[in-house]
Design a protein around this ligand. Structure first.
Ligand SMILES: Cc1ncc(C[n+]2csc(CCOP(=O)(O)OP(=O)(O)O)c2C)c(N)n1
Length: 327
């Protein structure tokens, strides 16, 4: 895309958001290794350009629905980092009052409607929200984030059909990160081309380099503008890679599935480093200015950890167990 058409401040914001996700997650990985965070975390490192590019094309009153790999989506849509960290520390000040953990986060005010640990769970929820927008004659859009594993679920096809039939303002964002737990794409999908499945439902779809934040933004903007103006749903396939293992801070190189060469190949395609190069080439930020932003982000993450650690734990009483639970 022609970078000159975008305001410099917008590009710097994309950079800061991706860095926020990266630094946050790397700290979380350290804290898990130190056993200070004990709730299971599915890390998003390597995929930052997807959440950042998609959410940059959204308004505050647009909704997102997330997955078990939720931290990046939450931070990119403007969720409060302190509350997210507190949730990972299972504290009362967390996004779900410390009862949900990493896989159950939300911030209704910011349009972050929740994350589902059920593979494919985000998809029908976004379709339902889009139906609600249409009935209420609102021009908001709903986004469902999901991995390629969700494309193996029946609910994916049912949701695409219903959304296309009713021309609902929903964007389906598949983050194709190459693995579903430990299964490579070739072992789970007969046809690995996901965006082409849109054709069967007479809707639009596109494949995008999910490590290029500018391209993700550009394609999402097209999808959002179309959905907002009543043209119906859109399926976006974002090709990316998760650096860490399926869950936790390790790299899953001991499972006999992915090789260190494959990991290194994708680490060279780091979405943050790629944007840094573009910014330097176009005189948007100097190395020194980028260092300054990194320091700012590191301080924000440290502040979030401090807040989380100083927050109270939920009371450990029997009555408390049933609070906030549907009975
Ligand atoms: C319905 C359902 N089946 C199985 C699981 C167990 N499970 C948790 S994550 C996961 C893999 C998901 O892979 P993908 O959708 O590609 O997302 P990614 O982890 O790559 O982000 C599975 C099978 C689940 N949570 N829900």
């Amino acid at each position: 895309m022609d970078i000159k058409r975008l305001p410099q401040e917008f590009i710097i914001n994309l950079y800061e958001t991706m860095l926020k996700i990266r630094v946050f997650e790397e700290k979380v990985a350290d804290l898990i290794l130190k056993k200070e965070i004990i709730c299971p975390c599915h890390l998003y490192i390597g995929q930052e350009a997807v959440a950042t590019g998609v959410c940059a094309a959204l308004r505050k009153d647009d909704y997102i629905f997330s997955t078990h790999r939720s931290h990046g989506h939450y931070l990119a849509k403007g969720g409060d980092m302190k509350k997210l960290m507190a949730e990972l520390f299972c504290r009362e000040t967390g996004t779900s009052k410390g009862r949900g953990g990493s896989m159950h986060i939300a911030s209704i005010d910011m349009g972050i409607m929740g994350s589902s640990a059920i593979v494919g769970g985000s998809i029908p929820l976004a379709v339902g929200a889009a139906l609600g927008f249409k009935i209420q004659k609102k021009d908001s859009v709903a986004v469902a984030f999901f991995g390629e594993g969700a494309v193996c679920e029946g609910v994916f096809y049912e949701s695409l059909n219903f959304a296309a039939l009713k021309k609902l303002p929903v964007i389906f964002v598949c983050e194709k990160n190459h693995y579903s737990t430990h299964m490579p794409i070739s072992k789970i999908l007969a046809d690995p081309s996901i965006y082409k499945k849109a054709l069967s439902f007479a809707m639009d779809g596109a494949l995008v380099d999910g490590n290029d934040v500018l391209k993700v933004y550009e394609k999402t903007k097209i999808a959002v503008d179309s959905a907002r103006s009543g043209e119906g749903p859109y399926l976006l396939e974002c090709l990316t890679y998760r650096w860490r293992g399926h869950v936790g801070p390790n790299y899953d190189l001991d499972k006999g599935l992915r090789s260190s060469e494959e990991l290194e190949y994708w680490m060279k395609k780091c979405p943050i480093k790629s944007l840094e190069k573009i910014m330097v080439m176009n005189s948007i930020l100097s190395e020194k200015e980028m260092e300054f932003i990194k320091l700012k982000v590191e301080n924000e993450v440290e502040e979030a950890i401090k807040f989380a650690k100083e927050s109270p734990k939920p009371p450990q009483t029997e009555d408390e167990l049933m609070l906030y639970v549907f009975k």
